[in-house]
Design a protein around this ligand. Structure first.
Ligand code: PGA
Length: 247
């Protein structure tokens, strides 16, 4: 695992976009596993700009998303389907047949999880996974305690996660459950890039990369063991690392 600290959010977003663009140029048919949230918005904006300038095509790439709220149809404004369409997939030349987001409104969520995991396998596995990190150390919706051997499944969201995400929903309507790609599937990605920005992520980042042991209590800590894992931080998110920076 590597740690790279950039001066600020703009530099972080630029670097993340550059990594994605480089991997796609090396392998136009790359399989990407992508996040939602506030953190990746700058990266998506830059990738869209690269596409619009004619410098980058996504036409042969395959996309998977990390998670979706259980119960939300793909046209719900707070769904990750809508987020991805509005911020990325709808703005680039992605092939709709190769864009995958879990269906939160699936009649049989367990079957949807199995189908999703099989689709990742059939695509040949993930070449590059880009992730955010929650203030509690979650990745995707793998909350503290999630097994390292977990696959795509239905999970219950931590109360702290629901509080952070409540702003996207009407009062008391924030979903209690979600579908998330599991930690084993994330770990099997050939490369993982975790993005963290801001002082409110500093504690989670330090717990994940330098404090204590690799532990299921801090899901992101599993990435310490990843042969090609990088924590891409801005200075605020890296501010609790002290002298403990390790490669
Ligand atoms: P954020 O979410 O980018 O909105 O902070 C990250 C996460 O919870 O994984």
């Amino acid at each position: 695992m590597k740690i790279r600290v950039l001066p600020d959010y703009d530099a972080l977003s630029e670097t993340a976009a550059a990594v994605v663009a480089e991997r796609l140029r090396e392998k136009p048919s790359a399989v990407l596993l992508l996040p939602t949230g506030t953190t990746p918005l700058g990266m998506y904006r830059r990738l869209v700009a690269l596409h619009r300038s004619g410098a980058l095509s996504f036409a042969r790439a395959t996309f998977f998303n990390l998670d979706e709220y259980l119960g939300l149809p793909p046209d719900h404004p707070a769904s990750y389907h809508v987020y991805m369409r509005e911020n990325f997939y709808g703005l680039i030349d992605s092939d709709p047949a190769r864009v995958h987001v879990p269906r939160g409104d699936a009649l049989d969520p367990e079957a949807e999880c199995l189908r999703y995991e099989a689709a990742i396998r059939e695509a040949g596995g993930i070449d590059l996974c880009v992730l955010g990190i929650g203030r509690n150390g979650h990745i995707g919706f793998n909350e503290p305690g999630a097994p390292f051997v977990s696959r795509t499944r239905v999970v219950r969201l931590a109360e702290s996660t629901r509080r952070v995400n409540a702003a996207d929903f009407e009062a008391d309507r924030s979903p209690e459950r979600a579908i998330t790609v599991g930690l084993a599937t994330i770990f099997e990605a050939r490369e993982v890039l975790l993005l963290a920005s801001g002082a409110n992520k500093a504690g989670a980042v330090a717990a994940a990369v330098v404090e204590g042991e690799v532990s299921e209590n801090i899901p992101a800590s599993v990435l310490r063991r990843h042969p090609k894992g990088t924590f891409l931080l801005d200075e605020d998110a890296g501010s609790d690392l002290g002298g403990g920076l390790a490669d």
